[in-house]
Structure formats: C-alpha cells, structure tokens
Design a protein around this ligand. Structure first.
Ligand SMILES: C[S@@+](CC[C@H](N)C(=O)[O-])C[C@H]1O[C@@H](n2cnc3c(N)ncnc32)[C@H](O)[C@@H]1O
Length: 231
C-alpha cells in the first residue's frame, strides 16, 4: 500500500499532485497499466494506477510546476507533438488527454522504434516518422487542425520551425508551447539574447507571447514560451 496521498491539480485537467506546494510531485493516471516508459515510479492509489511525472525528465512537467497562468490542457484535445523522442513526455500527455489524439513527430529512426514499442498499447498517439522542419511532408497523416502544438526539438531556428507548423496545423485559437533550448540555437551567445530573438520571430509573424516561463530549475538553458495567434 502506498502512503502517498493524491489529489487533483487545482488547475490542470487530469494532472494529479501530492505533497506541499514547495515539494509538489506530479502524476498522471496510467493508461497502459503496469507499463513504465522511463523508469518512473508506478503505484496504485484508491484502485487507480498512477505514474510519477519527473520534471527533470519532462519539460512539460517542469512547466506545470512553474504554475503558468495559461490553461492548455483539457479533455479531448488534439495535439501535434514535435520531437516525440522515445516517449517520456508524450506518454504523460497521452494519460492526460485520454480520448483526445496526439500526433507525435520524430525524425530519428532509433527513437521512433523505441517510441513505437513504448506506446504500442496507447490508442491516442499516432507516431509519425517525419522532420518537423517540413510540416507539409506529414500532412497526409494529420487530417485536422489541432488545439495544441508542443515543440521540443533540439534544433537551430526553433521559432521558425514552430511557426511553419502552426501556420499549417494550429487552430486560430490554439496554443503553441515552444520549448527553447538556447544552446541548440547558439552555444556562445548569452541565453537571454537567444530567447529574445526567438520571441521576436514569433511576434513578427503575428503571434502573441502569452507567457515566457523559465524552467532552469529542472532544465538548464531552457525557457518555454506559450503563444497564440493574434486575432
Ligand atoms: C529533447 S528531445 C525531446 C524529448 C521529448 N520531448 C520528451 O520530453 O520526452 C528532442 C527530440 O527532437 C528530435 N528532433 C530534433 N530535430 C527534429 C526534427 N527536425 N524533426 C523531428 N524531430 C526532431 C530529436 O531526435 C529528439 O528525439
């Protein structure tokens, strides 16, 4: 029997918490019972299996722990996830959105193979072997506009890649979550300058930065931008 007391996150749909505000832990309900993706702790509380969501392994968890104002999670959402890797974060998102759908794009074949093994029992993830720099190449797999684009690709020109995908797939009132790793864009320039440059790229293209969240506590040299199309 686990002693962890689980409660609903006060804001984020289908995300669960335990502990005090200063030492908050995050969890999702495991959609694929008994399956671990990255060695995370599994335990049963009141008949439900939960997976601990590690903010040092998942930048989305790190973002939620920073308590953003924008509420980007709800039931049934459609999401385009760029940089799915072997499935750490996308699997938690899959737990959260439940009957929604996530299109997971990844260009490294090895990661894609691991991803497919890891998520084979999850019906709400469609894995796509593709390059996020060329969004039209995977249009044949994505039949709809999406509510959320989450991008975490270690590439230069992260904002440009996000824009191309938003212009192609994001609903007019959809939300972009853009993980920016300054070292992937410019390893010499000060991170703050790189962040400002990426923000300007989005703003010049008509996007409004809703929030800019520093997640250095859990991932050095990373910030996360939440943005929307200006309407
Ligand atoms: C930092 S990892 C993503 C980690 C993942 N988001 C998670 O939290 O579980 C970055 C991933 O982006 C992928 N990637 C980099 N450039 C890409 C591109 N142009 N198109 C698709 N995937 C890309 C890499 O292969 C790598 O798996």
């Amino acid at each position: 029997m686990s002693k962890t007391e689980i409660r609903n996150h006060p804001k984020f749909y289908n995300v669960f918490i335990s502990g005090s505000q200063e030492r908050l832990k995050l969890y999702t309900k495991n959609l694929d019972l008994g399956k671990r993706i990255y060695g995370e702790r599994l335990f049963t509380y009141k008949g439900t299996e939960f997976r601990e969501w590690d903010p040092f392994r998942s930048k989305l968890a790190a973002l939620i722990l920073e308590n953003p104002i924008t509420n980007f999670l709800s039931e049934n959402i459609k999401c385009l996830y760029l940089g799915a890797s072997s499935g750490t974060t996308i699997s938690h998102l899959s737990d959260v959105i439940n009957t929604g759908i996530i299109y997971g794009v990844e260009f490294a074949e090895r990661s894609m193979r691991q991803l497919i093994q890891n998520i084979s029992n999850r019906k709400n993830i469609i894995p796509i072997l593709g390059d996020a720099r060329f969004p039209d190449n995977y249009a044949k797999y994505i039949f709809t506009h999406v509510d959320l684009i989450y991008q975490d690709v270690a590439q230069p020109q992260q904002a440009e890649i996000a824009l191309k995908n938003c212009n192609y797939y994001l609903k007019d009132d959809g939300i972009l979550i853009l993980v920016i790793k300054s070292q992937s864009i410019d390893s010499i320039q000060k991170s703050e300058i790189t962040y400002a440059q990426e923000k300007r790229v989005l703003e010049k293209a008509g996007y409004k930065i809703l929030e800019s969240i520093n997640i250095h506590k859990h991932a050095s040299n990373h910030i996360i931008l939440l943005a929307k199309k200006n309407q």
